[in-house]
Design a binder for this molecule. Sequence first.
Ligand code: 5GP
Length: 181
Amino acid sequence: MSAIKVHDKYFVPYLSEEEIQHHIQEIAAKINTDYADKKPLFIAILNGSFMFAADLFKHIAIDCEICFIKLASYKGTKSTGQVVTPIGLDTDVTGRDIIIVEDIVDTGKTLNHFLPQLHNQQPTSLKLAILLHKPTATVYPIKIDYCGFSIPDKFVVGYGLDYNGLGRNIRSIYQLQENEA
Ligand code: 5GP
């Protein structure tokens, strides 16, 4: 596979479809075991997590529910630091076992903003399933319970993740080419 161009930037292959699916199945297997006697509510954070949430959910074999919220903090290839909630939570989380499904934790700002709001509603438990984590970029420490991949602090696209709106439909994950900023 060779580099692709999204808008003005070049990206190189980074995580294959097979690797991604394999790690998702491992996360699902752990969740199936950990929640065997429970009925968790998955909260998937749009937009970026829609592919991860769909593929993860297909491998969840216990009774469960899913709902979606939309949080945003990115513009181009950089975090703005401002978190907005274009679509809020419409489901009661009080007394529920919650699993947050998020595509990527970068600075941690988005979840750092959202998690206290959720805690205030007193869920029974709250865990995080994150496909990609950039540990060296994380400013707000977040405890990740189920992590797909730890990756370097480089911008990635594909598998739900975009660069200014494009690239979400790519089945694998690409990384910004070395000489691009
Ligand atoms: P954080 O608040 O942790 O800094 O960033 C979380 C959000 O920023 C993610 O949900 C995602 O939308 C966006 N984001 C962070 N890093 C990347 C990246 O490398 N590529 C893309 N496409 N989005 C990213």
